[in-house]
Design a protein around this ligand. Sequence first.
Ligand code: SF4
Length: 210
Amino acid sequence: MNNKEKINEILERLKKEYPDARTALKFSTPFELLVSTILSAQATDTLVNKVTEKLFKKYKTIKDYAKVSIEELQKDVNSVNYYKTKAKNIQEAAKLIIKNFKGNVPNTMEELITLPGVARKTANIVLSEAYGINQGIAVDTHVKRLSKLLGLTKNENPVKIEQDLMAITPQKDWNKLSNLLILHGRNVCQAKKPAHDKCVLKDICPSSSI
Ligand code: SF4
């Protein structure tokens, strides 16, 4: 089985396992998703959702994030790690979006990565989940780990892993693949103890006996 055939098999099997795979982050606007995604670096989606539940009630518009004092915004997100930097990035992003994009979160990779705290992973999540645009594949820690275990890449660098995955995955499935690997990484193929025996990919995974 070559890697293109393998990825199609992985997609088919994981889609059956996780039919509703999508981001667990809660949001109702593209900017709210951007805020959640910035906060979610090295933090669980559950914690981020807990924080944003209150945050999104307090800050209704992008201008609210731009004009609040940085100390107050930092206090509002201080249960998340790196909250000082994250709050700063959120506020700077809000200001730049107002200044450069007429208050609308941009919908291209090139524009999104001009925002502070936004690299390709965050941009891919915003593009796919908020705008339905598959311009790349979000590579988080689960996607990175599972891609290597499944023999889909030999690279360590997330940008190179993304390129390897894009080369073998149908574009319509780019976002789906990321969400499926994340769910499978959380539920079955956990970093500390992958549950090979419960895994639907066992017979096509070169790491099933590790
Ligand atoms: S067989 Fe094991 S290592 Fe491979 S994807 Fe499944 S749980 Fe992970």
